[in-house]
Design a protein around this ligand. Structure first.
Ligand code: COD
Ligand code: ATP
Length: 190
């Protein structure tokens, strides 16, 4: 079994590429969805987060208070580091369990923070999704209805794009080339 790590900067098109991979019957673990599930429902993770972020991290109905958490973590490195430690560890453990249940010869793991979280060590090959910064910022502003400054605050907390690209095994262009032909070629190579 080959595990592909899918990563790239905010708004590069990871989710979009994963939709295409799914069409090609590749099972994908979306780390962000799993992280939110763990943050919302896992009592151990919830306890740890409440002690780091305060009870305001959760709404009255138990859902995550996303604006509050974003504001806390994207403006305080120490809090971000602590939250990352809890969430990334739990997410990686959950991935290992999910992987054991898979039967396909190729599986994938999508994460914006593949290198930052150390999850790249669990991958056989890493695919970097590439799109220019200006395009990515515009896409995220449109998708999430947030300001340029809010997108920039997230980018400021992520590893430099060029470093990620250098560490990747393959690059998918998601700004001026068709996705599916690139993915088919890549899978064929693998
Ligand atoms: C702050 C939260 C609540 C914002 O949720 P929301 O649904 O509004 O945004 P989303 O999760 O899609 O994040 C948008 C983008 O922000 C960036 N981002 C998210 N978390 C982080 C982080 N810990 N460090 C740097 N960038 C991050 C990523 O590029 C991500 O794709 C959420 O991102 C969160 O809980 N992050 C901390 C936990 C974490 O690291 N999750 C990432 C998955 S392993
Ligand atoms: N090739 C493309 N052409 C035009 N729009 C695109 C393309 N790829 C992605 N998009 C759009 O750009 C936005 C960001 O893409 P997507 O959500 O896939 O990125 P992401 O890398 O998963 O983002 P994040 O890091 O925030 O999780 C989405 O609204 C998506 O529909």
């Amino acid at each position: 079994m080959i595990t592909l790590g899918i990563t790239g900067g905010i708004g590069c098109g990871k989710t979009t590429i994963c939709k295409a991979l799914r069409l090609l019957d590749i099972p994908i673990f979306i780390s962000d969805i799993e992280a939110k599930k763990l943050m919302t429902f896992d009592p151990i993770v919830k306890n740890k987060l409440t002690s780091i972020l305060g009870i305001e991290a959760y709404q009255e109905d138990g859902n995550l208070n996303k604006p509050y958490i974003s504001n806390k973590i994207f403006h305080n490195q120490e809090i971000l580091r602590k939250v990352n430690k809890v969430v990334h560890h739990a997410t990686k453990e959950s991935f290992k369990h999910w992987k054991q249940l898979q039967k396909n010869s190729i599986i994938a793991y999508e994460s914006a923070l593949l290198f930052e979280s150390g999850s790249d060590k669990l991958m056989d090959k890493v695919i970097f999704i590439q799109a220019p910064l200006k395009t990515r910022i515009e896409r995220v502003m449109k998708r999430d209805k947030i300001s340029k400054e809010q997108v920039q605050a997230r980018i400021n907390n992520q590893m430099d794009e060029k470093k990620k690209e250098k560490r990747a095994d393959y690059i998918i262009n998601n700004h001026n080339q068709l996705i599916i032909p690139q993915l088919l070629k890549l899978i064929d190579t693998i």
